[in-house]
Design a protein around this ligand. Structure first.
Ligand code: 5GP
Ligand code: ZN
Length: 111
């Protein structure tokens, strides 16, 4: 997707602070962190939301939890929150599937 910010980051056309990369995911620092640690695990394939995932993605998406475990372990993070938005009312700003990894402060209740 030529006008997608995250596709451009994955392609190296927009700079980012990369903390991890493999064949399926890239993990970068969020440009507007809401906590001392705020990372984005971005699926490399341009899929807008969870509703757009297909069966063939399951083979690649299963890696997500290993990616989260790896980057949190690297940073000695024991307590963290995963946030994933789908659609405008959820607060999704970038329609390219990604998972926020938020840590480093006491987080309030969801709502
Ligand atoms: P969403 O609201 O779609 O769930 O999350 C998008 C996130 O991407 C936001 O937290 C926003 O700060 C972050 N973001 C948007 N543009 C950029 C960018 O160019 N670079 C980085 N590192 N983060 C971005
Ligand atoms: Zn994209």
């Amino acid at each position: 997707m030529s006008d997608c910010v995250f596709c451009k980051i994955i392609a190296g056309q927009i700079p980012s602070e990369k903390v991890y990369e493999d064949e399926e995911f890239i993990v970068i620092k969020d440009i507007r962190p809401v906590a001392p640690t705020h990372l984005l695990a971005i699926y490399k394939k341009h899929v807008p939301t969870i509703n757009d995932l297909e069966l063939e993605d399951s083979k690649k998406m299963w890696r997500l939890f290993e990616v989260i475990k790896t980057v949190t372990k690297q940073r000695n993070i024991e307590s963290y929150r995963i946030v994933q938005n789908n659609g405008k009312d959820s607060g999704q700003e970038v329609p390219h599937i990604h998972f926020h990894i938020i840590a480093g402060r006491r987080l309030g209740a969801l709502g």
